[in-house]
Design a protein around this ligand. Sequence first.
Ligand code: DTB
Length: 312
Amino acid sequence: MVTFGEAQKIFNRPFLELIHEAHSVHRLHHNPREIQISSLLSIQSGGCCEDCAYCAQSIRNKTKMPKQIIADMDVILASAKKAKAMGSSRFCMGTSGKTPGDELFALVCRVVVEVKKLGLETCLTMGMLKEDQIIKLKECGLDYYNHNVDTSPEYYGKIITTRTLEERIRTIERVHRHGIKVCTGGILGLGETIEDRIKMILLLANFGEHPESISINRLVKIPGTPLENAEDVDPFDFVRTIALARILMAKSAIRISAGREKMSDELQALCFLAGANSFFMGEKLLTVENSEFTRDLELMRRLDLHPIPCNG
Ligand code: DTB
């Protein structure tokens, strides 16, 4: 177990020494020229009964996003094929809501089977799952399940009151136990302190097994949510958080997820130097615009980064 004091000491090291250490750890376990690319599709959006203060999809926020479902397999598969053609190796799908209903769950199971036939890895984020649902997803060949811890245990109740962090952790552990890889992480810029950020990374690092994939988001301030005017994250603190995650979870993939469209190319390069080795490519994340595809291609060219190829 890593202690808070140990993690804080790493986080507060002189910036360049921290980056050097993080990059050295990164090179021991990863090819520094390779980047894993995922694409994201929202299969069910809006109408969510949870009250996450950052989210466009909550019925409790003033965003008023009606529930919408893409029920057409061909539309979903067209999106997956497009993702593959762009260079993605993983197709991630999200559904709004605390937990998926039976019909939606059955659809997503069929989708996982079909997307896998394209040679893509699959990842889902659908909220809390029951044991039998996890078993079914494993049978369908699901590779990853995304379930974020969002923020530190201490700050959690300021952001979400309709569920507890303990419930989230139980789902993550259950998914792992059934042999599905875990993608988890959180959001920086929710008004949390630096200590909260360190505690969030520590929480991930102290799981029984390290998550295979860590998702670090920078808040996209969505008008109509309680966090629409939240304070910006200092870019170097963002990089420090990535470096800490890399040092404490040497083998995990670390994704810079939401918020990349507002980051300069130089900041993204610094994130990669500090150990990030994955991002989302494609027009959209779940509800917001993503960084432009052409800009991302150009960035990879300028930094000599290559996408990890997919299996098919
Ligand atoms: C994660 O940590 N980030 C992704 C994924 N997991 C599901 C979602 C980003 C969403 C950004 C805001 C939006 O599109 O509404």
